[in-house]
Design a protein around this ligand. Structure first.
Ligand code: PGA
Length: 257
C-alpha cells in the first residue's frame, strides 16, 4: 500500500512573514494528519523560519533544488548538507522550470538525485513532456528517457528514497490539467518502466505524484486513478484553504487508514 504524498512547491513566491503564516495556517488545518505524507517546499531563504513553524506538526520540509556538489567554490549554490542542517527531508529535483528555463540536463539531474540520496534527502524527481512533444505522440519516449537518465546508476537499495513527479509541462501553471486518464496512462507507463529497470516490488512501492494545475476541484478525480499516489502542487499550494482541502480530499480518496 503506497501512502499518498502531497507536496507544495511554493516556487519563487512569498516573503518571510507570509511564508510563516502559510506554514502556520497549514499546521492548524492539516498539521496532525496521519496516513498521508504532506510536505512544503519554500524558497531556500525561508526554510529555517518555515521549519520552526512546522516543528510541532507532521508536515515535512523540502527544498526546490540542490547542488550536486558537496561544498566549495560554487557561488550561489546550496548543498545537501545545508538542506539537512535546516531540517529538510525532501528536495525537488529536475523541475520543468529548471530544465526548460535554467537549462538543466538529464545528466546534471542524475547527479543531483545521487547527491541527495547520498546526503540523506528524499528526492522528488520531476519528469514531463512539452506540449509539442505530446502533440507529436512522443510523451512515452520523452518521459521514459528522462526517467532512465535521471535514475542511471541508482541501485535497488537506494531507489526507495525517490518519489517521481509526472508534470506535463503544458499543464504547469496554465490552469489546464492533464485529464485523469492522461495522468493515469503516463503514471502506469512509468511504473512499468520502474518494474523493468528494477523489479515488480520496487515498482509497486514507488510513489508517483501528478503535478500541473492540480487544484481542489480536480484532486479527487486525479487521486482516484490507481497509479496516481499524490500531487506536486504549485499555485494552489500558496493558499491555506486550497492546499489543506487537497490534502483532506487526497486522504479521503486514498489515505492509509
Ligand atoms: P502548478 O505547478 O500547480 O502551479 O501548475 C505545479 C508545479 O510546477 O510543480
Amino acid at each position: 500500500m503506497r501512502k499518498p504524498f502531497i507536496a507544495g512547491n511554493w516556487k519563487m513566491n512569498m516573503d518571510s512573514a507570509s511564508a510563516v503564516s502559510l506554514a502556520q495556517g497549514l499546521v492548524n488545518e492539516v498539521g496532525q494528519c496521519d496516513g498521508i505524507d504532506v510536505a512544503v517546499c519554500p524558497p531556500f531563504v525561508y526554510l529555517p523560519a518555515v521549519a520552526t513553524a512546522l516543528s510541532s506538526s507532521n508536515i515535512s520540509l523540502g527544498a526546490q533544488d540542490v547542488s550536486e556538489q558537496a561544498n566549495g567554490a560554487f557561488t550561489g549554490e546550496i548543498s545537501c548538507a545545508m538542506l539537512k542542517d535546516v531540517c529538510c527531508t525532501y528536495v525537488i529535483i529536475g523541475h520543468s522550470e529548471r530544465r526548460h528555463v535554467i537549462g538543466e540536463k538529464d545528466e546534471l539531474i542524475n547527479k543531483k538525485i545521487v547527491a541527495a540520496i547520498n546526503g540523506g534527502l528524499l528526492p522528488i524527481f520531476c519528469v514531463g513532456e512539452l506540449l509539442a512533444e505530446r502533440q507529436a505522440n512522443k510523451t512515452t519516449t520523452v518521459v521514459a528517457e528522462q526517467v532512465k537518465k535521471g535514475l542511471a546508476g541508482i541501485c535497488s537499495e537506494r531507489i526507495q528514497a525517490v518519489t517521481i513527479a509526472y508534470e506535463p509541462v503544458w499543464a504547469i501553471g496554465t490552469g489546464i490539467n492533464a485529464t485523469s486518464e492522461q495522468a493515469q496512462e503516463v503514471h502506469a507507463m512509468i511504473r512499468g518502466l520502474i518494474g523493468k529497470l528494477y523489479d515488480k516490488t520496487i515498482a509497486s512501492q514507488m510513489r508517483i505524484q501528478y503535478g500541473g494545475s492540480a487544484k481542489p476541484s480536480n484532486t479527487a478525480e486525479l487521486m482516484s486513478q490507481p497509479d496516481v499516489d499524490g500531487l506536486l502542487v504549485g499555485g494552489a499550494s500558496l493558499k491555506v484553504a486550497d492546499f489543506a482541502a487537497m490534502v483532506k480530499t487526497s486522504f479521503e480518496t486514498k489515505g492509509v487508514k
